[in-house]
Design a protein around this ligand. Structure first.
Ligand SMILES: [Zn+2]
Length: 503
């Protein structure tokens, strides 16, 4: 007689979801957790504000993108078909939120003595590489602002026709006093001190919270990026691009818009004002925001020397998956403090998970126990329940580690059959569809290619003569070309297969 196993129909994404209940997510608009209900069938449109590509993404930016990836994975696990759009901001994002200051792209161009176009191409490419290293599912559509100038001009024309705009010496502005419910996302009071209100703000602005839709190129100078418009040569305001591109790809009203909490009072508030002003329809149903990341207790800043990028961390020998795991340990709506001690702890934790996966895979045992099967199923439901409850990743990971502890105990007591171990392994891989830690790679036998061996030796020679720049360049090459991560230990250099495939 076959031992009664966990029915495979139950141990599947739909089976677990059926028992765990629907996805709830905290909506900034209502300040409540709400059940996610799509506008249409099981389809969800999701827009995420992408990076302003004038510099590397820092680990605070990347936290937000990992959070959005987990959100998408949870929704997909629940059977939704997600259309994920993430823009690339390559023009018009000024250094000051008050529509003064410099275009960050021009700033980057001057810093590196290149054109804004070259800067955009370089950092957009590096950003998408970082995303791939962190195992972030690629958004289906990644539109660039500079490819959508026509759509943005059309949107300004529509707003102009409806009486929302006025022109000053330096640009075309949106009159926020004409926008019904302006500031509802951030619960701002119009007329009070707005975050956009600064002393240096344009004196021709009618209200402190008014914002630029189009800025004119400065008189007598030519920008790298500028376009003709019915109002004069110039470039679009930053907020406008997200309204134009999100509505182009997802419709006038769509389901989910996400980003970092710093976007709530100005950027997302202004997106709502322009979009709803232009269409007369509700712009977005669910607004979802990730909290900040700080580094060693401080805000990240170049001047403090704590502007950390993914390379800062991988250059020290950490696998990108350790960073991903570190992010997952905190709830996305809580501020997260990055320290190397915490990253070490995350690395140890993920290594113990990988070890467990290998152990399950190799486990042999004749005996089967119904308690084991019940525990596997129970764990599956609890994990999905935690994830469906506003992406409670700390709770989901706690469930996962309890599971590892209990399975280890059952294995020690010889109560786990080979088939049950395989069922447990299947559950781990189901979890990983949400966590995105590339656990399947733990089972791959690592073989080092000849060329990689030579490079490791070359790096050792470089280190001996103190040429650390060359040594670091080789480390990066090993990572990028061979997916090999190096660690320098007192016993010499150790290598392992990185959890992400070389791209
Ligand atoms: Zn945006």
């Amino acid at each position: 007689m076959r031992p009664m196993g966990v029915r495979s129909a139950t141990l599947s994404a739909p089976g677990l979801v059926h028992k765990a209940g629907p996805v709830r997510i905290f909506n900034t608009l209502t300040r409540r957790k709400e059940v996610v209900k799509p506008l249409k069938d099981k389809r969800l449109g999701m827009y995420a504000c992408g990076l302003t590509v004038y510099d590397f993404a820092h680990i605070g930016n990347l936290r937000t993108y990992v959070f959005e990836d987990v959100l998408r994975r949870v929704l997909e696990f629940n059977g939704f078909k997600v259309k994920h759009v993430m823009n690339i901001t390559d023009v018009g994002h000024l250094t000051s939120d008050a529509d003064t200051g410099e275009d960050k792209m021009e700033l980057g161009a001057r810093r590196e003595r290149k054109t804004a176009w070259e800067i955009s191409e370089r950092y957009a490419k590096l950003f998408l590489q970082d995303e791939a290293m962190l195992n972030i599912e690629k958004p289906q559509i990644i539109p660039k602002a500079t490819d959508h100038i026509g759509e943005m001009i059309k949107l300004i024309r529509l707003l102009e026709k409806k009486g929302y705009t006025y022109v000053t010496d330096d640009g075309v502005y949106f009159d926020t006093s004409k926008s019904r419910g302006y500031g509802k996302l951030a619960r701002l009071k119009l007329g009070g001190m707005m975050p956009g209100a600064r002393i240096e703000a344009n004196p021709q602005k009618r209200n402190p919270s008014d914002f630029a839709l189009w800025k004119f190129s400065p008189k007598g100078s030519k920008r790298d990026m500028e376009w003709n418009s019915p109002w004069g040569v110039g470039f679009p305001g930053w907020h406008l691009e997200c309204s134009a591109m999100s509505m182009k790809y997802l419709g006038k009203t769509f389901d989910i818009h996400c980003g970092g909490i710093d976007h709530i009072p100005i950027h997302h508030t202004n997106e709502i004002a322009q979009s709803e002003g232009a269409t007369g329809k509700k712009f977005v149903n669910y607004w979802v925001h990730a909290a900040h990341l700080i580094v060693e207790g401080k805000r990240m800043a170049k001047s403090l020397g704590n502007f950390y990028t993914l390379s800062t961390i991988t250059d020290k020998g950490y696998d990108p998956m350790s960073l991903r795991f570190f992010y997952l340990q905190a709830h996305y709506r809580r501020e997260l403090n990055f320290t190397y001690e915490a990253l070490d702890a995350a690395r140890n934790a993920i290594e113990s998970v990988q070890e467990f996966v290998r152990k399950l895979n190799e486990h042999e045992g004749p005996k089967s126990d119904t308690r084991v099967q019940a525990m596997i199923l129970h764990t599956g439901v609890r994990f999905v329940k935690a994830m469906n409850d506003d992406l409670d990743t700390p709770e989901a990971l706690a469930v996962l580690f309890r599971f590892i502890g209990e399975m280890n105990r059952f294995m020690d007591e010889d109560l786990v059959s080979k088939a049950d171990a395989k069922t447990a392994l299947k559950l781990m891989f189901l979890f990983d569809r949400i966590l995105g830690l590339n656990l399947k790679r733990s089972l791959e036998k690592a073989v080092l290619p000849e060329r990689a061996k030579e490079l490791i030796e070359e790096r050792e020679r470089a280190r001996k003569i103190g040429d650390y720049a060359h040594a670091d360049a080789i480390r990066r090459r090993l990572r990028d070309e061979f997916g090999v991560a190096l660690e320098d230990t007192p016993q010499g250099v150790k290598w392992k297969k990185s959890q992400v495939p070389a791209s």
